[in-house]
Design a protein around this ligand. Structure first.
Ligand code: SF4
Length: 375
């Protein structure tokens, strides 16, 4: 375990929080030529360095000045857990002010023609203001927004790990090892669209062709359904994937587990999704955590099918059997899930089941932090 971040470090400029134009501007203010920004970006995002001393194409004097005035994502990994099959790795990170957040790396073996995938599930806030009853983070309350640099740092941590030790699925020794991050999903702690500016800035930084160069189509923003922010997102030049945490097919039921539904009821949310689809021409994924006996009956499936049928092929439902949390919910039996999906299919709505991940390491958001806090 590394020691805490020094107060000296917290006063420095975090270079991971800067877009390329912002880094150019910052260098200009330091009296440096702006072309240095691309060199630094290359060291940060292609070579994945963590120390200015490694930036050997810069003069020794500049490296020393950078070390005095700037830092590279000052986060400390307090704990790392790996699932028994090593397909899920979870870290608990301490931020400069002592707040704790979690990130998860999910590794997928090659499937058919597609190669292996490495997806980072990123946190966007310390805690969360939205209080969904099935979510461990929702029980903690809201601490603060994460900076763009703190969001980027989570992705870079796992990128460096994979670079150092590429992953091959256990039992598939001949498959090509994967050594880089292929996808990111903003589905960790917090509501990403509540932290709109920092999240969008982090996505732009990770998308930069001069840096990490991750395509927008490999990025997914998952929201509880903040209607004005969904409308704003549809106007962004960066066309990321949108996922809506739906979890219930009626206002009455959704309001019981998701307090946000009182502010943005389903009719308003679905109207925003429809406009998003019209503007972007892109599919929207609806996340649906299945809670046995609560929202998983055939009646619920018919209600969900009726709700989403108007979006036709532009709606896809991701069924997620709940991870056990303190709230005491149970996942449905496999038969109930099959029936649920068959009914959606009859309504013309496509669906898939998201495989449960890392139960043995408490992979659902907020669970590691909750347990850590009790140690
Ligand atoms: S599910 Fe998402 S929005 Fe709801 S409380 Fe948890 S982190 Fe917040």
């Amino acid at each position: 375990m590394t020691s805490r971040i020094s107060s000296e470090t917290t006063k420095k400029t975090d270079l991971l929080a800067l877009t390329l134009p912002q880094l150019q501007q910052w260098l200009k203010e330091q009296g440096e030529p702006s072309f240095r920004a691309k060199q630094i970006y290359n060291w940060l995002y292609t070579h994945l360095v963590t120390d200015f001393a490694e930036m050997t194409s810069l003069s020794q004097a500049l490296r020393s000045r950078l070390a005095q005035q700037a830092c590279i994502g000052p986060i400390v990994v307090r704990r790392e857990l790996r699932s028994k099959d090593d397909r899920t790795r979870k870290i608990l990170l301490e931020l400069p002010d002592g707040k704790l957040v979690e990130s998860v790396l999910m590794l997928y073996p090659p499937l058919g023609e597609s190669g292996a995938r490495a997806t980072v599930c990123v946190s966007s806030q310390a805690g969360c203001a939205f209080g969904c009853t099935f979510c461990a983070t929702g029980q903690m309350g809201f601490d603060r927004h994460l900076s763009a640099g703190e969001i980027v740092a989570q992705v870079l941590y796992f990128a460096r790990e994979l670079r150092k030790a590429p992953w091959t699925a256990v039992g598939l020794p001949n498959s090509k090892p994967i050594d880089h991050i292929t996808n990111i999903v903003l589905m960790g702690m917090g509501e990403p669209l509540h932290n709109y500016d920092n999240v969008l800035r982090a996505l732009h930084i990770l998308n930069s062709a001069d840096g990490f160069n991750l395509g927008a189509r490999h990025m997914t923003v998952s929201t509880v359904g903040l209607v004005p922010a969904i409308r704003k997102l549809s106007q962004e030049p960066l066309q990321v994937n949108l996922a809506i945490s739906l979890h219930a097919p009626t206002d009455e039921l959704r309001g019981q587990t998701m307090p946000v539904n009182r502010k943005y009821p389903l009719a308003e949310l679905l109207a925003a999704c429809k406009d998003y689809i019209v503007t972007t021409g892109r599919q929207v994924t609806f996340e649906y955590v299945l809670l046995a006996g609560v929202n998983d009956t055939p009646t619920h499936a018919h209600q969900l099918g009726d709700l989403l049928a108007p979006l036709a092929q532009f709606a896809h439902v991701n069924c997620i059997p709940v991870n056990a949390t303190a709230a005491g919910y149970r996942p449905p039996a496999p038969d109930a899930m099959r029936t649920f999906r068959a009914i959606l299919f009859k309504h013309g709505v496509s669906s898939s089941i998201r495989a449960e991940r890392g139960d043995d390491i408490a992979a659902a958001c907020g669970q590691l932090r909750t347990r850590f806090g009790k140690l």
